[in-house]
Ligand binder design. Sequence first.
Ligand SMILES: [Mg+2]
Length: 276
Amino acid sequence: MTARDSSSHMDCGPHATLLFSDLDGCLLNKSDYDYRPALPALERAVAMGIPVILASSKTAAEMVPIAAELQIPVAPLICENGGIILWRGNGPERREVTGVSRTDILSVLDGLKSEYPFRSFRDLQLEGIMAATSLPADKAALAADRHSTEPLLWDGSPEQLDSFGRALSAAGLSFTRGGRFYHVAGTATKGGALQKVVAAAANADAVKVIAVGDSPIDQSMLDRADYAVCIPAPDGTMNVHAAADRERAASQPGAAGWAEAIHGVLDERHQASIET
Ligand SMILES: [Mg+2]
């Protein structure tokens, strides 16, 4: 990657703050994907000039329309769990593969194909992805537009699965279980991508980071945040954590919890800007 010149640095507004947020279970409710309860707090952050950077397991193709629907000013997107950063909002749009490229993942899978029974997104093709995910064709196509991760369906035994996981790990890849799918990726994290986005900000050393997450995959972002907003699962379980001085736990799940906690943090940032 070429160095980013200073003219392309992201403006973090008068509050010198960046807000990173996971989507599902945070800004969007888990069950009904409703985000309306979050909107007043989101609009307040935008009005304060705070860039809002979405960070999700979703692809860039899936995230661009979601960011537009939420009316978030154009900013970088952290996609595929940190494997991809879609740089935008300052200068031409550019996709950075921070993790292992999908091409390299597929060539490792090619080498394992004769030994292990699995069907990855590439094998399934659009029809198979639609059948396995219940997504309509247009949504399935956005989910299939991957650049740093490859989901797969496992057709073998649990013993073979262990050995398959070890083979992937030996190739430098991670292998995690999602819902129905297993996910093959590099070792990129959301937190690593967050760090790259912060480094690209104007006055990066002075920037305060707010991060919002609800699941262990978000922990790496929360670990790097000055304000770690922890959102509980719908059943009330808290699956993320932070040191007491940084943790801002929401009392409710989903978008309502997002709004409650973000209003509290924005009050703090406003107060800090008065005092300095
Ligand atoms: Mg989530």
